[in-house]
Design a protein. Sequence first.
Length: 388
Amino acid sequence: MPDRYDFLIVGAGFAGLVLAERLSSQLGMRCLVVERRSHIGGNAHDYHDAAGVLVHSYGPHYFRTNAPRVVDYLSQFTEWHHVTYKVQSFTGGRFWSFPVNLTTFEQLIGRPSSEEEFAAYLAEKRVPIDHPRNSEEVVVSQVGWELYEMFFLGYTQKHWKMHPRDLAPSVCARIPIRMTRNDAYLEEKFQALPRDGYYRLFENMVAQAQPLTIRLDTDYRDVLPHVRFDHMIYTGPVDAFFDHAFGRLPYRSLRFEFESFEASALEARESVSGKPGFWQPEMQVNYPNDHAFTRIVEIKHATGQATPASTIVREFPASTEETQEPYYPVPTEASAAMYAKYAELAESETNVSFVGRLAAYRYYNMDQVVAMALREFERLSARVQPRA
C-alpha cells in the first residue's frame, strides 16, 4: 500500500519548511517533504568549509525585515547576530562607497562636500522622467547618466545579459540613493543573521516539526505513484509544474567560485582590505566593469565569525542551461504575460498551494517568503481538523 500523508510538500527551503513545521507541530498533520537537493534549507543553506569558515552555498543571504511577526516566528529556532550589511563598488581602479550616497559624491569630486551641494549636483544631472518605464529610466531619473554608467549599467548588463532599458523598473529600483553618508546596504529595521547559521535554524525547525518525513535527493514526481496525500504544497518553478505548457519562464542563474585564505595571506592583503583578517574592505564588493564576475562576497564580515582564515566567493552570472538552477526571474513584459497564464492554471488547482519565489515567479526576500508561508498556514488551518 502507498504511504499516507496529509500534506506532500515539494521543496525544503524556507517556504516548505515553515509550512511543514506549522502544519505538523500545531495541527499534528502528517507531512512528507520532498527535496531534490541533498540538504534542507534551499538557497539559504550554509556550511563550514575546509578552512573552517561559515559560508553561504548559493550566494549571500542577508536576512532583514520590518515584520515583527516574522522575527518572532523565526526566533523560536535561532538566536541572532545583529549586523549592518556593507557594500562597496570597485570601478576605475578604486573602491567606492555604495549605494550612492554623500560619501560617493565626495569621492567623485575629490573633496569634502555637503548634502546641499550633492542635492544641487543631482538636480543638475537628473533626467526628468515622471513615470520610469524601465530600470535605466529609474536610475537616470534619480542620479543622471554619470553615476548610472559608473555603477549600474555594466553590472546590470552583466548580471541579466540584458540592457537595463529592457528590464522592469523594479530591478534597479531596489537600490536606494541616499543624500547622507549612510552607507548601509539595506534599510529594514531588523538586520541580522542566525547566530549559528541558517542550517542550524532549519535543523531546529525540523526537530520541532513532528510528525515529519523528509526525503532528500528525490524528485517529487518519482514519489507520486507511491504516496497518497490530501493536499500538495508546491514551492518549485510554476512552469515546470505544468510541464512548460506555455513555454519556459526565463530565469538568470549563478555560478560560484570559492577561494580560502590563511592568516598569512590575509595579513599581506591588509593594505587592500584595511581590516586585519579580511581579504576585502567590506562584506560585498560589486564589479560593474570588465571583470567576468559581478561581485565578490566575504561573508565573514557579516557573520562575525572569529577565525584566522577567510573565504571569498566570486559570483558569475550564468544561464539556467549552464547550471540547471533558477535564481532570478527575469522581469519583462513578455515574462509577466507568460506567468499570468501559469497563475491562472495555478488558481484552478484546488488541492495545490503554490508558495515561494519560484512558484510565484517573484523576487521575494526571505522574510517575505516566511510571511507568505505563515499566511498560507492560516488559510490551510481553517480547512483541516487538527489531529489529537
